[in-house]
Ligand binder design. Structure first.
Ligand SMILES: NC(=O)c1ccc[n+]([C@@H]2O[C@H](COP(=O)([O-])OP(=O)(O)OC[C@H]3O[C@@H](n4cnc5c(N)ncnc54)[C@H](OP(=O)(O)O)[C@@H]3O)[C@@H](O)[C@H]2O)c1
Length: 261
């Protein structure tokens, strides 16, 4: 099998999970997916497509750049003609619900990133599993857990938004669940951690688990200074009603992540 985006946080977790299955892990340096694949690249029987533009605020400034990777890049991967797993996001929803989003709910992205990921779902083609997950964190790369550990070591208090609720998902758990997803029929699946939290509650859990004394000041998104460019859903908890694998609770994922760090 082939793995794109192998240098990213999910890509690294997938490379580890599928190491014994002979996965060919391809980083951006080896294949920029906005371009046709390098000559001689063998996709095998399955592609795990973890390469993506993930700079949510940056996509507002450069929506075409985000689309080139998330839509055009996905079309290039689909053109290999091999069944693929496309990782998508809770940001395809507008966040107006107050109970978990299921696969049948209509998407309505509010950001350029969310729109590019939704169009990428279509570009993945018929022979694909669309795995929507949320609030990913892992021991490497840019993510909220690593940012809070850094800030917690520097400050007595951090201000964190308390009016966005989602399911923080550990990349190791999502990588392991991918094994089960590819035995399901093609289609859209919601695969996120059990439980939900606001970013402030997640920050509090991070400091507690890491033994840091840092206080969390719970604020509203509107209080962020400067404001973020992209609008995020206020509520984006994902659940599956289609038999997607269930993941452990986000707090278990957090403990595993901190152990790995
Ligand atoms: N992070 C989240 O909270 C979250 C939530 C839900 C869904 N997802 C989805 O999950 C997937 C994995 O996300 P992640 O958090 O692992 O993101 P990530 O850490 O940013 O990894 C994405 C990888 O894709 C690479 N990439 C970017 N542009 C590329 C291009 N043109 N060609 C080839 N590779 C390229 C990046 O390389 P560089 O680092 O060199 O740019 C990076 O290694 C994405 O599809 C994302 O949309 C993420």
């Amino acid at each position: 099998m082939l793995l794109t985006g192998a240098g990213g946080q999910l890509g690294r977790a997938l490379a580890e999970e599928f190491a014994r299955d002979g996965v060919v892990a391809v980083s951006r340096e080896m294949w920029d997916v906005t371009l046709p694949p390098p000559p001689g690249l063998e996709p095998g029987r399955l592609v795990l497509h973890a390469a993506a533009w993930t700079d949510v605020d940056g996509a507002e400034d450069d929506p075409q750049g985000a689309a080139a990777v998330n839509v055009g890049g996905t079309a290039n991967v689909a053109a290999l003609g091999t069944p693929l797993v496309y990782y998508s996001t809770d940001y395809v929803f507008d966040g107006r619900k107050r109970e978990p989003y299921v696969e049948a709910d209509g998407p309505n992205p509010q950001s350029a990133y969310g729109r590019s990921k939704l169009h990428g779902e279509a570009a993945a083609g018929e022979e694909s599993w669309i795995v929507r997950s949320s609030w990913l964190f892992g021991p490497t790369g840019h993510n909220f857990v690593r940012t809070m550990l850094r800030l917690g070591a520097e400050r007595d208090e951090v201000a964190v938004v308390h009016d966005q609720r989602g399911s923080p998902t550990y990349v190791g758990h999502l990588a392991a669940a991918t094994r089960q997803v590819v035995h399901l029929p093609y289609g859209v699946y919601h695969v996120a951690a059990e439980g939900d939290a606001t970013w402030a509650e997640l920050a509090e859990a991070i400091f507690e688990e890491a033994g840091l004394e840092t206080r969390v000041r719970r604020i509203a998104t509107a209080e962020l200074d400067p404001p973020r460019k992209a609008e995020r859903p206020a509520y984006s908890v994902l659940r599956s009603v289609k038999g997607a694998p269930e993941l452990p609770h986000w707090r278990d994922g957090l403990r595993e992540c901190l152990d790995a760090i």
